[in-house]
Design a protein around this ligand. Structure first.
Ligand code: GAR
Length: 197
């Protein structure tokens, strides 16, 4: 059976694109059945539309409590009957009011190794650690999201990314993004199984 994936994305969606490209090339046995963004202008939504996938803009309302928004998001997501919900550049913390509805199937991508640089600007903070204390590698991880911990949970896959002495933020970001495009596809393949040959 082909696994059904809902992607939650707040921004550019280059990792969503990596999933779509892998699916189209036949190297990933999955279907992205819906893409939801909290930001109506997110490029991720345009990428979904271009691929013929339902794209839903679901911004939080001015007076809406986080838990209420998350319950609404959980309901929309459930409407797609996903096997997995994959967070790619989803920049809102999910509360249990979302997670309890999608227990065991929420997966997050983060541009750092487990326990390092949770939250935003992880790549920039790794570069600063390189400049301050000589950190010579950062990395990428894909993990399950069991609770409200930030970029934390049972690890599915990781890869290290070297930091070069002459790295700028742009060069390091480029290397990390290339690593995450590959790792995300590999991790989801691990979860859904290899395509039949
Ligand atoms: C990616 O680097 C992803 O790992 C990061 O946001 C970027 C989204 O890029 N996520 C986090 O930092 C989560 N804490 P994309 O929109 O091009 O896929």
């Amino acid at each position: 059976m082909t696994a059904r994936i809902v992607v939650l994305a707040s921004g550019n969606g280059s990792n969503l694109q990596a999933l779509l490209d892998a699916i189209r090339s036949g190297s990933l046995n999955a279907e992205v059945v819906g893409v939801i963004s909290d930001r109506p202008t997110a490029r991720a939504l345009a990428r979904a539309t271009d691929a013929g996938i339902p794209a839903v803009a679901l911004p939080i309302e001015a007076s809406e409590a986080r838990a209420d928004y998350d319950a609404r998001l959980a309901q929309f997501t459930a409407g797609f009957a996903p096997d997995f919900v994959v967070l790619v550049g989803w920049m809102r913390l999910l509360t249990m009011s979302f997670l309890s509805h999608h227990s065991q199937r929420v997966v997050n991508l983060h541009p750092a190794l487990p326990g390092e640089f949770p939250g935003t600007h992880a790549i920039e903070r790794a570069l600063q650690a390189h400049q301050r204390v000589g950190l010579d590698r950062t990395g990428v991880m894909v993990h399950f999201v069991p609770d409200e911990g930030v970029d934390d949970g049972p690890v599915i896959a990781t890869v290290e990314v070297p930091i070069q002495p002459d790295d700028t933020l742009a060069s390091l970001e480029q290397r990390v993004h290339a690593a995450e495009h590959a790792l995300l596809v590999q991790a989801i393949r691990q979860l859904v199984g290899s395509p039949a040959v």
